[in-house]
Design a protein around this ligand. Sequence first.
Ligand SMILES: Cc1cc2nc3c(=O)[nH]c(=O)nc-3n(C[C@H](O)[C@H](O)[C@H](O)COP(=O)(O)OP(=O)(O)OC[C@H]3O[C@@H](n4cnc5c(N)ncnc54)[C@H](O)[C@@H]3O)c2cc1C
Length: 466
Amino acid sequence: MPLPISQIRAVVGSDHLLTEPEELHCYSFDASKMSSAPEAVAFPADASQVSALVKLANSHRFAVYPRGSGSGMVGACLPRGGLVIAMNRLNRIVEIDTDNMTATVEPGVVTGNFQKEAAKLGLLYPPDPASLPFSTMGGNIAMCAGGPRAVKYGVTRDYVLGLEVVLPTAEIIRTGVRTMKGVVGYDLTRLMTGSEGTLGIFTRIIVRLIPAPESVRTLTAVFPKIDDAAVAVSEILKNRIIPSTMELLDQATIGAVENYLHMGLPVDAEAIILIEVDGPEILLDSQVEKIELVCRRCGAARTEAARSAAERDRLWRARRSISPALSRIKSGKMNEDVTVPRSRIPALIRAIRGLAEKHDLVIVCFGHAGDGNIHTNIMLDRKIEDERKRAAMAVEELFSIVLDLGGTISGEHGIGIAKSPFIEQEVGAAGLDAMRRIKEALDPLNIMNPGKMFVPDRSFLEGSFA
Ligand SMILES: Cc1cc2nc3c(=O)[nH]c(=O)nc-3n(C[C@H](O)[C@H](O)[C@H](O)COP(=O)(O)OP(=O)(O)OC[C@H]3O[C@@H](n4cnc5c(N)ncnc54)[C@H](O)[C@@H]3O)c2cc1C
């Protein structure tokens, strides 16, 4: 059935509705590089307009697809026809309450902008996905985004206190609290966080803030053997130091970045770890010394601590250059965000080397050693069918390996379309059925972001999404 365009226009106004194919094109993609067009895109101004759109969806039986910045990696916001509800006009930081260290924001606020406003008041909103300069708070909460700081500070779910949500049946509910404690009823805030736009559309968000750390120190450690690097990560924590960041670059990544930057990186080393500690200035020098000692005891060939902001910037340069460096290897990549218990990182990396050899692929690993989240990039040219097939086989085998190691197939990016064929492998048939029943209870007509999570779709793997 075609969309009731005039009724949608009556809700949001003609200035806030797109229907022309060339306008819709921008809303047909996310960072997964899959593509599928909506029939229209509406930009509501507030919760009551979102609710009115969802009401129309129920009465006319069309699908709605909530959208933030479209930076998701798994196709979670992609429409298949229907109406995209773009949340970008709800972009106000409503309040930063310094006394209670909480903030209330609308979902279209760009996360990095919010962090900067909090920082001006001496406060920190810790979740730090690399996409924070452009992804939205609504998208971050829907995907439970995380980043390098997770090792010390946790991920998005650890900071969400409460939500205002438009349910798939159009009612507006408030979940959670604005206090540090609150145990009334089921924890719907947690249920909604990470629900990937399938259970409700957030129109207001209450988060917890913490005092911003006084100072930061950065250092790197070069390890001839990757097993030693993994041991060092555990040893640092056992020595009662929790760094805010412990980023690992494997040998393939070091080589790719060196080819790109020519900055004299040790291409023979199996791993470099980039470590940051933050906290009271008075404690940090001794923490850096202790970390350097632990790393050397564990087999680091050398360590280097930054003595100035410029040196810190130089140490981060290799980490920041990974993406452009990889784009020189092949035109495309499958970026998997698998996560294993920290101690299993060497086993994972060895298994990945095996996969690369077996399937004749370049696979580059880097990521958050502190929390076991290793970004596994299978480099490929999507136009070469055979390479696509080999990459798809490697992904399937990678997921089995990760689950055997006690890990998860996604630490950050979520399920969406790209990982929908594998969700059952991790949560089991009964687990998936429980999730499906929650979805059916809240969205009986299946109008909110349908075709994700519960519908195994292999088109991403096969490169045939249209
Ligand atoms: C260069 C790059 C780096 C990245 N780095 C990281 C990283 O370090 N860590 C990480 O976790 N992710 C990362 N990502 C993935 C992505 O940025 C995150 O998933 C982010 O949370 C998506 O936010 P968005 O605003 O772009 O949401 P979108 O991509 O627009 O949508 C994502 C999901 O959220 C839903 N959604 C959006 N707004 C709402 C709302 N108001 N209510 C309900 N549902 C909503 C959508 O329906 C969809 O299911 C990266 C992506 C890129 C391109």
